[in-house]
Ligand binder design. Structure first.
Ligand SMILES: [Zn+2]
Length: 112
């Protein structure tokens, strides 16, 4: 089920956050995927890009504030379309479940 107010996917018939009724998600619904700080938000977005999953990122800070306290405290919320959501969750889980070193794909830099 999906809360269009919070953009969260959940099992509940009512959203625990805003207490509104949830509904079945539709393909183009924007669904919350993860909230991450730097550098993980960048890495996640890179991987989503590689997987061909369109995403939306939203900072929790305004730009003025960000320059005052630096990027360290910034969190970004990443959203994807419902039709890509399960795939994106897999991608994110693979990324964040292991403390592996990210091996950068050098072909990336050659593409430009
Ligand atoms: Zn809600």
């Amino acid at each position: 089920m999906y809360c269009k107010h919070c953009r969260q996917v959940m099992d509940n018939d009512f959203c625990p956050d805003c207490r509104k009724a949830t509904r079945m998600p539709e393909a183009d619904d924007i669904c919350f995927l993860a909230e991450r700080g730097h550098p993980w938000s960048d890495i996640l977005c890179d991987v989503l890009k590689q997987e061909g999953i369109p995403f939306l990122r939203q900072s929790n800070l305004g730009h003025g504030l960000m320059s005052m306290i630096g990027q360290g405290l910034e969190l970004e919320s990443i959203y994807v379309n419902w039709k890509d959501w399960e795939r994106a969750v897999d991608v994110a889980a693979g990324l964040f479940s292991e403390d592996v070193e990210i091996l950068w794909d050098e072909e990336d830099e050659l593409q430009e």
